[in-house]
Design a binder for this molecule. Sequence first.
Ligand SMILES: [Zn+2]
Length: 421
Amino acid sequence: MHHLITWIEEKLLQVNLVNTMDQADGFSRLGYTKEEQASQEQFRCIAKELGLQTHQDAAGNQWALWKVDDSASWIATGSHLDTVYNGGGYDGAAGVVASLAAVKLLKEASFQPKKNIAVIAFACEEAARFHVSTIGSKAICGILDKTKHASLEDNNGITLREAFANCGLDWELLHEARLEDHQLEQFVELHIEQASKLEKSGKELGIVRAIAQPTRLRITTVGKTNHTGTTPMEERQDALVAIAPIITFIEEATVDIIAQQQVPLVATVSTIQNSPNAISMIPGEVVLGVDIRSTRLQEKHELVKRITDYARSIEKDRPVTITIETLVDDEPTQLDSSIQAKLTHICEKIGLSSLPLDSGAGHDVMNLAKRWPCGLLFIPCRDGVSHHPSEHADSEDLLKGTRVLAEYLRETTGNNSLSLE
Ligand SMILES: [Zn+2]
């Protein structure tokens, strides 16, 4: 297996367009840029070396195809090649390289699949550029809105439609990237965990059960702005003082629900706009942004109810009005249980320990899981750090993930038993 570790390390450098993974400023390879395209070019080179056909779809997703039978279905694996600003070289790239390495392992074992195998490098997974994530995989699933999403702008005012054009893509043909149900049978993604549960557990690989999705609230509190020097304490309608306790309340209520229900739940008061935000004026309006995430819709809604009740009690006590708007209320993604069982079984079979866990971050697989049976496999990343230059995953762990992917592809696409040792 040693040659495969070396191969994985080389290809990881290649798709990251560097000679060493130690980059002080990390990697800035945003979606639909020259940098992402250069990485995609390397992906195609590697695919060709492996004897795979390459194809770019209408949304700029890259496909490496091991096509054996026109009438057979497709089993796919892969991840993304774009990064955030000054991100790491493993988030996304690890899954793409491991998928290619799995194909290499199968080819070296002279495996003959009876179904077609695809490795996908999804375009623009990160929300860093257009503030919307997983654009390429959304296009494959047909859940991008051609009108609404065309005008998404990056920080330089370049629209998504223009970014497509700059990459030689035609936004008007976006619909062509959408796959019909029968064009894909299953998809499994490998990704770094981006948290430290796996590392702390001492287990080797994570089998993901569900992906948390956000519920987001905007809480607007309106009081009355007035002079801080001339308004007596008893005459104030201070919006900030009124709403301030809700920040601690949200933390306490979240901890309480976790303790009662034993479910993963996190909530953050992540933004605050205080108006007029002037030293000599009483705050007349405060807008808080709340981000709630869980793999369970019920507990997210329980927290929203508690927040709403608490806001009503504030309104009774103080001369302010509080409005709570739900901006986002996404249903958590449940991954296919039979694929989880299969991945768990494969780990056991090849002597690797595994941990069932949930994902707090979103991934391309969450879109595909809406339409096809899907799985997500985590490898550990050092100290749980990601989206940062110090992001790191061990080559040994990449190899372990690769072996599981290869065995998964083998079991799913063929019936001849082979040893991949
Ligand atoms: Zn990622």
